[in-house]
Structures are given as C-alpha cells and as structure tokens.
Design a protein around this ligand. Sequence first.
Ligand code: NAD
Length: 420
Amino acid sequence: MAGTQSILSDAKENFEKTAALLKDEVDGDLLLKIRLPKERIEMRLTPQLSDRKIHVFPAFVVRHSDALGPAKGGIRMTPEVSLDDVNGLAMEMTWKCALIGVPFGGGKSGIVADPYKLNQHDKETLVRSFARNAYRHIGPQVYVPAPDMGTDEADMGYIKDTISHSMGQATTQGCYVTGKPVILGGIPGRREATGHGVVICICQALKMLGMEIEGATAIVQGFGNVGEVAARALHELGARVMGVSDLFGAVYDPEGLDIPALSGHANRSGSVKGFSDGREMDGQELLEMPCDVLIPAAAGGQITAANASRIAAKVVAEGANSPTTPQADEILADRDVLVIPDILCNAGGVFVSYLEYAQETQQEQMAVARVEGRLRDRMIERFDQVWSLARERKGRMRDAAMILSVKTVCSALTARGYLP
Ligand code: NAD
C-alpha cells in the first residue's frame, strides 16, 4: 500500500467517480444505500495453538450489500489486513457480482495472521476458530465465504466441517462456503477459475488490440492461486511468461520461463526464489520490465502514482483486487495502457463459486468441461459488454464496468422498494 492510499479509499474514490458519471441516470437516494457497508463486524479469535498457549488474532467480516443476494467474498489471511481493507474489498465484491451476473451481494472477511509463519495444524486451528466465531454471520442466505489471499481449498473444507459440527450434522444443508474440496461438495475447476478468467480476458483484450496470444510476453506478480494458474495457462497458450514474483523474490528470463518447472520448484521450496532458470530480480523492478501483458496477482496498491509512469506493458490485467490506485489509473490511461479492471478480470472465481452454490443447493454434480465452458462464455460476454460501453463513452474499461455494476445494484434496490 502506498502513501495515504488504501484499498478502502481507492474503492470509495472509484465509487464516487461512478456516482458522478451516473448523476443524471440514477436516483441519488439509492446511492446512499450502497455508499457505506451494511454491516462491519470485528472479532477476536483466541485459539490454543500447538505450543499450548492462547493466541489472539483479530478477525473481521463485512457485508457491504445484499441487494442482489447473500454477500459473497473471500477470507484474506495476512499480517496487514485491516477492517477498512475488508470493507473496501467487500464493496468491490458488490460490483463484481453485479457485473458478472450472479445473484450475490458483496462481502469479505479478514484474519490478521501470517499464514507462512503458522504450521499446518495451527493454521487449521485458526481457520476453525474463525468459522466457530463467525458462525452467526455465515450462511447460504447471509454470507458465503471463499478463499482469498492466504487461505485455500483445504481451509474451506475445515470451515464446512466446523459449521456442520456446530449444527450437530454430518454436513450442511445448502452452501455455506465455496472453493472447498470437490469431495465435500466443491466444484471441479473452482481453484483454476480466477486465473483462467484472467487469461480469457487477456485473450479478448489482445484480440481487440489486433495482437496474438501466441508469442505475447507476460509478467506475473504473485504465484499463488491466481498468479500460478494464470501463468500456467498463458504458457500453455504459447505466450512467453518472462517474469514471475512472489513475496520472497522474483525471477526473470527474457526468453520465457519454464512455468511447469517453476511451479514444481515453488511447490518444493515455498517460493519462486532460487529457480535455476532466469536471473533473480527485485519484485518492484520486475513490474516495470517491458512486456505485452502485466498481471498483478498479489496484494493491493502495487501500481501507484510513484511507478505508473514507468509501467512498460501494453495491457494490465488485474488478477489481484485493487492493485492499481486511482491516480495510477489516470497515468496509465494517459499513456494508453489498457487496464482490464479487477471487478471484471478476476470475476471468474466468483462466477464458478456461484455454480458451486447452485450445484450444492440442488445436490448436483457438474463436470469440469461444463464449468469451464460456462466460465468462458460468461467472461467473454461480460468483457465484450464492458469493452463496448467503454468505446461508446470514450472512457476506460474501469468506468464502464463500474457503471454497469452500480446500475445493476440500483435496479435491484428499486425492484425491492423501500423498507425502513
Ligand atoms: P495466494 O495467497 O494464493 O497467493 C498470493 C501470492 O502473492 C503468493 O505467491 C504471495 O507470495 C504473493 N505476494 C503477496 N504479496 C506480494 C508482493 N507484495 N509482491 C509479490 N508477490 C506477493 O492468493 P490468491 O488467492 O492468488 O490471491 C491473489 C490476489 O487475487 C489477491 O489480491 C486476491 O484478493 C485476488 N483474488 C483472488 C481470488 C481467488 O479465487 N483466490 C479471486 C479474485 C481475486
């Protein structure tokens, strides 16, 4: 995070800008309902960890809006996450769900802990402690969590198990959490959905710019759920992934990295650092290397007013949430860098979460080919809508995406009518 900018202030700024663009089209009263979150919950988790001592971890749940349906959004576990960050991310989830066309509102959770410093047993204990304490705020009609930075598929399985036990049942009736293991009612393809959605958007963007994916060059920041899957898919499509970074280091090879080999190395060692191919590089320097596509797929606030003028990519595909500050956005637009906004670019995860929610509610099982086909169709459809509106209004894709989202949420609020 840079300077005084934060995920929340960026989210508010993006919203206010959209509100101004829509001042003649949307009732200002309705905007009051979505300017602030519906609910901000702050908790203290106090699990006993394997050292037999009690540890204290702050945790948060925010429901920004439920105009379109139950709040949906992942659980972030990082040492820095704050209630305000979770608030900003929940707000972004409201727009993302509306844009990708799923019947969910926006929510998010945060657990203040360093997942890289917890052993596997302690991480499971902490996740179970979160599920037990946040139990009242989680439910198929209330808030349905999913993985985000620092949490994964296994953690979602522990959440389902903890909630089932709290109910005295072998399983839950309906969907309490998405992104869980397939054997517990998860859906095949959910883990890959966000990264694949990012790559579908990149292919569409390159097509619009008259470029080919094969031979295109890419740089990826973050090698977790989103970054690793996106890098692998780009590699398979014949793109040249020249650089990858994570929290611990970065590797760069202008000839292109062997991504499957890099994944193997990162799985064994816990980082891309020390990979034998390519040279090591500072992660911030990597962001500024010339390439066709830059994919920030890690933390927020990475492209700021301080480095935006040096970003040397033609396309920025926002795999991460809020990686570009509003000031950086302006600088990139002035320099004709095409930014595929986060609420579109990384919406594949929540779209497939919706398929998981629907299949669990109906006690069905969906095949991976069907999941991937539906993801592809929806991503292309929404990309094209956003692209066309941006062309029509001669504006940025982010503004077009926000206009479509905010109008959709306002239509739902109007359809619901007023309740005191
Ligand atoms: P993850 O925990 O699986 O991986 C995060 C990766 O980013 C790790 O490789 C970590 O080392 C790296 N990282 C963290 N800070 C970094 C930094 N400053 N510089 C370089 N690398 C850094 O997380 P994820 O699920 O892949 O999420 C990544 C981003 O994508 C987040 O912004 C998240 O909100 C967003 N996102 C995730 C999903 C999802 O389905 N998982 C969906 C939509 C958006």
